[in-house]
Design a protein around this ligand. Structure first.
Ligand SMILES: [Zn+2]
Length: 248
């Protein structure tokens, strides 16, 4: 009977409250962050991926053969490098063959450009992509239809908000942060802070650095400070495809 006295009703209630508070704190600190990297930039393979591996973070690389992909192998990845990203556990997503805005294309053109990247993936023994990224952030209903038909689960558009799975359509989900040369760690932290109450912060990066497209460049040192913050804040950092099992 003596042991039971310590488990009196107020005592149990206090324990329960402490447990609830702890869980709330835990779930709050476990912010969900998706890292995405656009445009097949060479620095994704040479700098970004090894650093992400060091941190144990997942990520999605959105591949296009647009820009000078075919001829400039100094600044754009080879398919062998893309395959190596896949083999290292990262997700390879589809960013279309030519990086043309889907709003300027017919359904047939969209289908062909999406299918081309799927075929290139198949050719290089990379799983068929289920994540997509709209070139130039522009979405269209036609493109959403094509993506749905082809089995895509998630597609990233533009914007500046956390993805709310209860409100936002998965095939036009918003980015929370779009890394530009002037962005600050404080802005990055603010975007991470939006990942609460079931919402997910989806971050957009281009090259780190991005020599050919300086207007979307991310300074490598600044990038390291972003990753260090994610680690310090205890975020769960994943690829876009991983949302499938987490947001349902
Ligand atoms: Zn792009």
């Amino acid at each position: 009977m003596k042991t039971l006295t310590c488990l009196s009703l107020p005592c149990l209630a206090a324990l329960l409250l402490a447990f609830v508070a702890l869980s709330a704190e835990e779930s709050d600190s476990q912010r969900l962050v998706v890292l995405t990297f656009d445009d097949s930039v060479a620095s994704h393979a040479t700098f970004v991926a090894p650093l992400l591996q060091k941190y144990g973070f997942g990520a999605t690389f959105f591949i296009t053969e647009g820009f000078e992909f075919a001829v400039d192998k100094k600044h754009y990845m080879t398919w062998e490098q893309i395959k190596a990203l896949n083999d290292a556990g990262f997700e390879i997503g589809n960013h279309t063959r030519k990086h043309t805005a889907v709003t300027k294309q017919t359904p047939e053109q969209i289908r062909a450009d999406v299918e081309y990247i799927e075929q290139q993936c198949a050719k290089h023994d990379i799983p068929r992509p289920t994540s997509f990224c709209y070139p130039g952030y522009q979405t269209s209903e036609t493109a959403v239809k094509v993506l749905r038909e082809r089995g895509y689960r998630f597609a990233r558009a533009g914007g500046a908000a956390a993805y709310d799975p209860t409100q936002d359509a998965p095939l036009t989900l918003p980015q929370a942060f779009d890394s530009k040369p002037d962005c600050t760690l404080e802005q990055f932290k603010a975007a991470v802070a939006g990942a609460r109450e079931g919402k997910v912060a989806v971050m957009t990066f281009h090259g780190v650095p991005d020599i050919q497209h300086p207007w979307v460049n991310t300074d490598p040192e600044k990038f390291e400070s972003y990753l260090a913050y994610l680690k310090e804040a205890g975020c769960k950092v994943i690829a876009m495809r991983d949302l499938a099992k987490l947001v349902e």
